[in-house]
Design a protein around this ligand. Structure first.
Ligand code: B1M
Length: 233
């Protein structure tokens, strides 16, 4: 039987390679993930397919075993590191559309929450779609969001939360925007695995975005409505 070390990634066909990348992500093997990403790109895969089919799908398996107590924080951190290494290769390719800037978004993960992979992915895809993205990182108190929106003169606020305990903080941010009379000046989009449409509505966001592709489409839709409104005077 072949030893793990004997596997030569470039000799695998696409399907085998993607499955092997899921395993390598699970095992937190950063170098192998980087190599796998490069091979798929060389074979003509689009950066988006590499991202979703090899990396995001692999992370879903990690998530299930984390939930079931099979994997623990240190292992998941390694997997996250490997994922980020793969994403770093894809980032410039996703952003390389040369499209004119269609709007500006401030995005950050809410206070108490340090998950950033989904947020980073949304940022990358938004940049790829021609948005200017200002990423304010993780664990953001409301003051950070408000300051960044005002400083950057952004069109869109994007908030990410991955924990059921941190997602209610999005409402704190939106309520503060209302108190300051600035809520209507921005399009507020929210996302993260534990959220849903009802939650988005309940907290007063403009839209809940299930994934990065939906975030891009939703942002585009809202920006064109905003432009139409301005044009109508
Ligand atoms: Co944690 N974690 N984690 N974790 N982690 C989850 C979220 C969890 C679901 C795992 C599980 O039990 N199955 C669970 C939450 C349970 C709950 O609240 N319902 C959990 C837990 C419990 C925890 C800790 C409490 C564990 C502990 O310490 N005991 C702890 C909390 C730390 C904290 O934040 N205070 C913790 C820690 C960690 C690590 C540090 C080890 C690591 C994070 C590393 C990092 O991000 N740099 C980690 C990871 C990696 C995960 C899982 C496995 C994967 C998350 C991820 O990156 N997914 C996750 C399990 C899961 O989600 N299935 C889990 C891939 C990413 C592409 O998807 O982030 O969903 P996602 O983003 C998507 C969409 O949601 C959407 O688009 C993205 C791309 O398509 N989206 C947006 C996200 N943000 C958006 C913003 C938008 C729009 C769309 O704005 C416009």
């Amino acid at each position: 039987m072949a030893d793990e070390e004997d596997i030569i990634l470039s000799e695998l066909d696409d399907e085998e390679l993607v499955l092997q990348m899921h395993d390598d992500l699970y095992d937190g093997l950063k170098d192998e993930i980087e190599e796998g990403v490069r091979i798929l790109l060389d074979r003509g895969w689009t950066p988006y397919d590499v991202l979703t089919k090899a990396l995001v799908a692999g992370m879903t398996i990690v998530g299930a075993d984390f939930r079931d107590g099979i994997l623990f924080v240190p292992e998941v951190l390694l997997a996250a590191n490997a994922m980020k290494a793969g994403m770093a290769i894809l980032k410039p390719l996703l952003a390389e559309t040369g499209a004119p800037k269609v709007g500006k978004m401030v995005i950050g993960t809410v206070k108490g929450d340090i998950h950033d992979i989904g947020k980073n992915l949304v940022g990358m895809m938004m940049e790829g779609a021609g948005f200017e993205v200002v990423d304010i990182g993780i664990n953001n108190p409301v003051e950070n969001y408000i300051a960044a929106l005002e400083r950057e003169q952004a069109d869109i606020l994007g908030m990410s939360a991955l924990l059921t305990t941190t997602m209610p903080y999005m409402k704190v941010v939106i309520d503060t925007m209302k108190e300051k009379g600035m809520r209507e000046d921005y399009i507020v989009l929210v996302g993260g695995a534990p959220l849903n449409e009802e939650f988005g509505k309940a907290i007063g966001a403009d839209a809940y975005c299930r994934d990065a592709a939906v975030a891009v489409q939703t942002a585009k839709d809202y920006m064109s409505r905003k432009h139409n409104k301005l044009a109508a005077g």
